[in-house]
Design a protein. Sequence first.
Length: 330
Amino acid sequence: MLLLSRKDIFSVFSMKDAIEVDKKAFVAHSQGLAQVPLRINLDNDKKDGKISFMPAYVGGGLNMAGIKIVSCFTGNPKKGLPVIPATMALIDGDTGVVCAIIDGTTLTQLRTAAVSGAAAELLANPDASVGALFGTGGQATAQLEALMTARPLKEVRIFDIMQEHISSFIERNRAAADKHSCRLVAAASPKEAVTGADVITTVTISATPTFDAADVKPGAHVTGVGSYTPDKRELPEELLAKAGAIFVDNREAVFAEAGDFIIPMKEGRFSKDNVRGELGELLLGKVKGRQSHDEITVMKTVGFATLDVVAAAEIYKKAKAAGAGTEIEF
């Protein structure tokens, strides 16, 4: 069994790799090559933490299964721990043997951010130059890298409801932004972040919309990442009404988990028919993407285990080839 740490993963796997792997996972899902139960969510006694189990099997030549144990504990930073800790077990489809244990926190950061990267690559205007990122938590650094990898952005505005976190986030990520010739700017308000932005990513734990749809320019692309429970939403429902094309990562998961859609659906102001398709269907040419430069596009992702298995399998393959990681026996 191969143990792969955060350092091991980054030694063999880039954000560009992650975006390409996510595309493969989307296609496999839309082709029906994956068995993916909905995630199992458990609350702890204090109701201040959620523990989730995400299993999947992916065939179509991959023949790998896996399960990710991922949690959300917002009080963890005070303990020096990530808000979203995770561990991934990768399982050989021929033997049922666990062939790798992978740092699931890093895996989650990369594959989740790569969803935003893939969406921006496929849906944002090619001349996009200004980005906006909502949230500075554990996911944010990877999300920033995905934005800068998908489009040659000249500027990314950073907003967080906890304003004191913005400057430290910018300082931590300045060197990475410099490599992309991108300037990071602290936004004093959601309006300041969104106005004029070409690509917008929200990755927060907010229960209410993070910005005003009226501030979104024609032609912008928006990806909602953070909210994945029926009672929370980051995206304003007015944005869904303005959007010319709305995509999701996984219909079943989004309509079971995403309050961004579930809340307005319950109130009769949104329909499943308003979703044009899954990103995999777009990649397969089954549905059309952006139809004009001024069309607003939206992508909503809640994440699903096919992404974890396909990404973990690629990391495992690359690590084996490079001699990375630590081999152990029980």
